[in-house]
Design a protein around this ligand. Structure first.
Ligand code: FE2
Length: 446
């Protein structure tokens, strides 16, 4: 999947990209054994089967409903599968498998939605451009990126599903425990003071979600930033020195959370007989010390306090990743060339991280490595609207529902982030107490 939103606003390319995204999510559901589809691998989220219906209901409600004012395909399902859930510190869902329709009914609904959308978007019933209440290009980009975002968050969910309930795709190659020499960990690079641009302009070519607008500049004083993401090997020191039992390193809310939930190591780690192991997507392996550690915002923040540093702000991340010492802003850390597989561990090439420093071709002008790929990166910036923010009228809550002072911006990309979302302005966000995300971090010294 090499196409990006910038390159392809042509209609047929958008339809090709939608078809590509559909086959990506269809393949993903095939990873789950049929008898496990009504399971709930993460207690805060819906059962897996919800998402089979949701991806289709979303497309129908958006394109046919919001943009074209057409009636329902199957009203009950259009509504049942309309929205996911993201409770913050609230009650957990209590629905039972029997509360959901059968798999064959949900699949029939999905087929029907795709057939009807096909008629609308390409067939003899193609709608005239004046019938679109919102731009057709924006609608298709929203449908494509919404689906690809779910392809990623579903991977987090399926990661938590027991291995005997999953079937690795035929293309999967078992992970080989790495014996590569450890790179020079914890090396920092100085970034001089400068002006960094966040966001994109409404008049521009590129598609962006509501939270990416409007473009604006921020002055960043000089700082130093880690060349590499913090690794499992480095995080092990934090555990061995008892930091999960030392309230000095945790905010009050984070401390309450780890103690209530009995959290004493990263979600992806397992311990047996004094040995640490890593739960990868399809197998368990001895803890790969040189891989970036995946942790919640709470754990990342505690680690930075432990070593006397901080998480970068969103502006610091963009300055280190996308700017040059001459203050030129690049489209990507490596320059303006489109993303390709040699630049980073992104775009569904793998299911798990790789050792830090594996992609020198993706290095930023300041020499910072892996800013795109192998894990999103936590920032210290709360997820807030940029000046001039306006919610999408057809998807009002996409961002606005999360401007609650509890969600933090993540930048970069994980192994399961589609290439179209590698653009500089893209912002991801999660709450501080959700440990299932493919989220890494690096430290800054201010
Ligand atoms: Fe969704």
């Amino acid at each position: 999947m090499k196409t990006t939103a910038i390159e392809s606003d042509h209609r047929d390319q958008l339809l090709d990209r939608l078809a590509e995204a559909r086959s990506m999510t269809d393949d993903l559901f095939r990873v789950v054994r049929t008898d496990a589809l009504y399971n709930r691998p993460i207690s805060e989220r819906h059962r897996i089967v919800f998402y089979i219906g949701h991806l289709e209901a979303f497309d129908w409600n958006l394109i046919a409903g919001q943009a074209l004012g057409l009636g329902p395909v199957r009203e009950e399902f259009d509504r049942l599968f309309a929205f996911g859930i993201d409770p913050v510190g609230g009650g957990l869902p209590t629905d039972q498998p029997s509360d959901w329709p059968s798999l064959s009914e949900i699949e029939a609904y999905g087929i029907r939605v795709r057939q009807e959308l096909e008629r609308i978007l390409t067939g003899s019933f193609q709608i005239s451009s004046s019938s679109w209440q919102y731009s057709r290009e924006i609608m298709l980009n929203v449908a494509i990126e919404h689906r690809l975002m779910h392809a990623e968050t579903l991977a987090y969910m399926l990661h938590q599903l027991p291995r005997d309930q999953k079937i690795a795709p035929r293309s999967y190659r078992p992970l080989k425990p790495s014996h590569s020499p450890r790179p020079a960990f914890a090396r920092m690079v100085d970034i001089p003071a400068g002006t960094v641009t966040l966001g994109i302009s409404r008049g521009g070519e590129s598609f962006g979600w509501d939270n990416e607008f409007e473009v604006h500049s921020i002055e960043t004083p000089a700082f130093a930033i880690d060349v590499y993401k913090v690794t499992n090997g480095e995080f092990l020191k934090f555990i061995r020195e008892g930091a999960y039992d030392d309230p000095r390193f945790w905010s009050d809310a984070d401390w309450v959370w780890i103690k209530e939930q009995n959290i004493c190591h990263p979600q992806f780690w397992r311990q047996r007989n004094g040995q640490w192991f890593y739960q990868a997507m399809f197998e368990e392996l001895p803890l790969p010390l040189e891989w970036p550690v995946y942790v919640s915002h709470a754990e990342a923040s505690a680690y930075t306090r432990f070593i006397g540093r901080s998480l970068p702000t969103e502006a610091q991340f963009n300055r280190a990743a996308y700017q040059t010492p001459e203050d030129i802003e690049r489209a990507y850390p490596w320059g303006n060339a489109s993303p390709d597989v040699g630049r980073g561990n992104f775009d569904f090439q793998r299911w798990d991280p790789v050792a830090v420093g594996s992609y020198p071709e993706g290095r930023s002008a300041f020499g910072v490595e892996d800013t795109l790929g192998s894990g999103w990166e936590w920032t210290s910036s709360l997820f807030e609207p940029f000046p001039g923010f306006e919610p999408f009228p057809f998807y009002h809550g996409y961002s606005a529902n999360f401007f609650d002072g509890k969600h933090y911006v993540m930048k970069g990309a994980s192994p399961r982030t589609g290439a179209c979302m590698l653009r500089r302005s893209f912002r991801n966000w999660f709450q501080a107490h959700y440990p299932f995300v493919y989220a890494s971090f690096r430290c800054v010294s201010n």
